[in-house]
Design a protein around this ligand. Structure first.
Ligand code: LLP
Length: 427
């Protein structure tokens, strides 16, 4: 191994010398490989399949271009995510609009942009959608998000299908759900396509997904019989786990896809379902491992029991350790071959004791000005970033075949205050 870290043939130290730090870097080929893995393995002779990228994990114009090039669909969950997609010229007919509390403005925005599918999360949303589609005379398709009540093994904050989840309608509430479908079927512009579920995020085991698929297919069967219809679409959500540290053992994408497809096919046969299309919504697993965050080390501090290496970023660019206790792996990018003799807590620069990006990182002796690379930060890093302590959001660089291109410029202090004003409000 070379002593100087490279990502896709690009020398990390040279990149930082040119672009400054901290910086998010994505290995484009790795994103492409993940997209291809889903597209090649999430296929079935029994129904059409669709891979929908969950844009909350990370988006920018360059990534949207890539998704379009690879013919992926897109999951958006807010007016902001839809705006970004529309600016990226994403085909609205390939967009799914989610959210447990979509505002009227967001629904209007979605209909006006002619988003094909709204994933309806509750009973109240149906009324609103029917009224609005009548008013705008706009056709729209819906999936109803069900809660199949499967407890996925992941952090409590990212479970979404426990009995008291805020998301979706419990499969126990059959009458409410049938009522919604009937109401939709009687409407002029809204078309019921099927059901959606998403059981949580960063899930390693296949069992939870298989169980959810079984419950969803069982529910489709009941619906087909009760309402004398053929449910056409099943969307099984995302949530497939990735490797952050050597403790993580995610199911490889081809095997995960095979398991999901087989589970669906078995249920289709068992219940004689007439599913036309099955969708999945990976976010994290498409971008996480392709992403790195590069920091420069500042001071080293020795306390009674600990050794800290301070970095020039932290919880403002990666909230996950503070929010979920998430673990990460790091290396000193300019000392890749040196023996790891030391243990450091990698501390961010925010005014929070909890701003520790990595506890007990084993590293060679760290010195001021070293470049620290944190691995697998490509999902929910940039997208959950904040300006806490007025820290600027980071730039993003894509690297491929030894070439680098800036795809998001670093924010500036001027941009942070550009909306400050002092305008009288006449009431
Ligand atoms: N579909 C729906 C309806 C979702 O709510 C999500 C994620 C996904 C798909 C994509 O899940 P993924 O494949 O990325 O796991 N901020 C947390 C993750 C929150 C996930 C929210 N929903 C984290 O940093 O771990």
């Amino acid at each position: 191994m070379k002593n100087m870290m490279e990502i896709a043939g690009v020398k990390v130290v040279a990149l930082i010398a040119k672009c400054g730090s901290p910086l998010y870097v994505y290995d484009e080929a790795q994103i492409e490989a993940q997209i291809e893995a889903y597209q090649n393995h999430f296929v079935s002779p029994m129904f059409e399949t669709e891979v929908i990228y969950a844009s909350k994990a990370f988006t920018c114009q360059a990534l949207l271009d890539k998704l379009i090039q690879y013919d992926l669909s897109l999951d958006v969950v807010s007016g902001g995510e839809l705006y970004v997609a529309s600016k990226g010229k994403f085909n609205p007919q390939r967009i799914y609009f989610h959210g447990n509390n979509k505002t009227k403005e967001e629904l209007r925005q979605a209909l006006t942009y002619q988003v094909k599918t709204i994933v309806v999360d509750n009973v109240y949303e149906v009324d609103e959608l029917i009224n609005m589609s009548n008013e705008l005379k706009t056709k729209v398709h819906v999936l109803i998000r069900l809660n199949p009540k499967v407890e996925a093994h992941t952090h409590e904050y990212i479970m979404t299908a426990n009995a008291d989840s805020k998301f979706g309608i419990s499969v126990d509430l059959k009458d409410d759900i049938y009522g919604m479908i009937t109401q939709i079927n009687n409407s002029e512009y809204v078309c019921f396509d099927g059901f959606h579920s998403h059981i949580g995020s960063q899930i390693f085991e296949r069992q939870g997904f298989v169980e959810a698929i079984h419950k969803m297919c069982q529910f489709i069967n009941h619906t087909n019989i009760a309402l004398d219809m053929k449910v056409k679409v099943l969307n099984i959500g995302g949530g497939f786990g990735v490797t952050y540290t050597s403790e993580d053992k995610p199911t490889p994408t081809p095997l995960m896809c095979k398991t999901l497809i087989e589970a669906i096919q078995n249920n289709v046969e068992k219940y004689d379902l007439q599913l036309e299309k099955v969708c999945m919504e990976p976010g994290r697993s498409i971008v996480a491992e392709a992403g790195y965050t590069l920091y420069e080390v500042g001071f080293i501090k020795q306390t009674k029991n600990k050794q800290f290496a301070f970095i020039n970023g932290g919880m403002a660019d990666n909230i996950r350790p503070a929010l979920y206790g998430a673990k990460y792996h790091c290396e000193i990018a300019n000392k890749m071959n040196e023996t790891k003799t030391q243990v450091y807590d990698i501390a961010g620069k925010c005014c929070e004791s909890g701003d520790i990006i990595i506890h007990e990182a084993h590293l060679p002796k760290v010195e001021s000005s070293d470049i620290l690379a944190v691995y697998s930060t490509g999902a929910y890093g940039s997208s959950m970033a904040s300006n806490y302590n007025r820290i600027n959001r980071l730039g993003v660089v894509f690297v491929k075949d030894g070439n680098a291109r800036m795809v998001v410029k670093p924010e500036t202090y001027e941009q942070q205050i550009q909306n400050d004003c002092d305008e009288e409000i006449t009431l």
